[in-house]
Design a protein around this ligand. Sequence first.
Ligand code: TYD
Length: 255
Amino acid sequence: MSERPPATEPPLPEAAPRSSDLGRAPYREPPEDATLEEGALAGLGSGLKGVFITFEGLDGCGKSTQMELLAEALRARGYVVLMTREPGGTPLGEAIRDILLDPRYRGMSPRAEALLYAAARAHLVQEVIRPALADGQVVLCDRYLDSSLAYQGYGRGLGADDIIMLNVWATQGLFPDLTLFLDLEEPARSSRLAAVPDRLEAEDEAFHRRVEAGYRELLVQHRHRIRRIDATGDPAEVQRRVQAVVEEELELFSH
Ligand code: TYD
């Protein structure tokens, strides 16, 4: 990771950690012949002043709650934290989300689906995530690129390579500094699902099994960037695990 430029944002409250003090995942040199995609996935992170953390997992794993608890803990430390979600996070993104989750569009072609997720992401990155990172903020995002890899790449069978290529283009190569995969087994997950399933939740068991297998594959392939969190137990207990990993990887709590 290159040296961060000096902070230029307005001063934070007294004794709060400055963005220039933000922790960082240790830089890991990608293999010499790595492509841009492999390099970025190998832990290059966002390359911007702030810190970009994404939350991943199967529907009902509790990641939204954990993201909120982490935001609270970081804010208590004086960080400026921006929380957002995918698909959504902007008026355009929320409109795309409505289309994507609407059960009336069951049977949407997998490529159209992948493009719509990438379109919402492209807009969110340009309008919200990049500016916040450039400003030195901590950005927490509920789902990001790995959801597309797991759901469209593996679940729909489009393949991880094409999904990475599409998303490198859509985000202009913006990758998270750290991704937390919240791992919770059935039936704990299904007990948290909404009574009326959305279009993705309404997919059959085989689809969800492929998505899960996809996440497990990503955990192995991108272990330098994605960390698994055991999401069993009460929220406070899971949050302790989340913070331990965030500290280990980015040292946000010891500054
Ligand atoms: P959401 O209600 O946000 O699910 P959750 O609360 O579990 O995060 O709905 C988002 C759905 O969209 C979810 O089923 C996962 C799916 N999804 C994709 O298939 N590809 C993507 O790139 C993203 C971001 C989400």
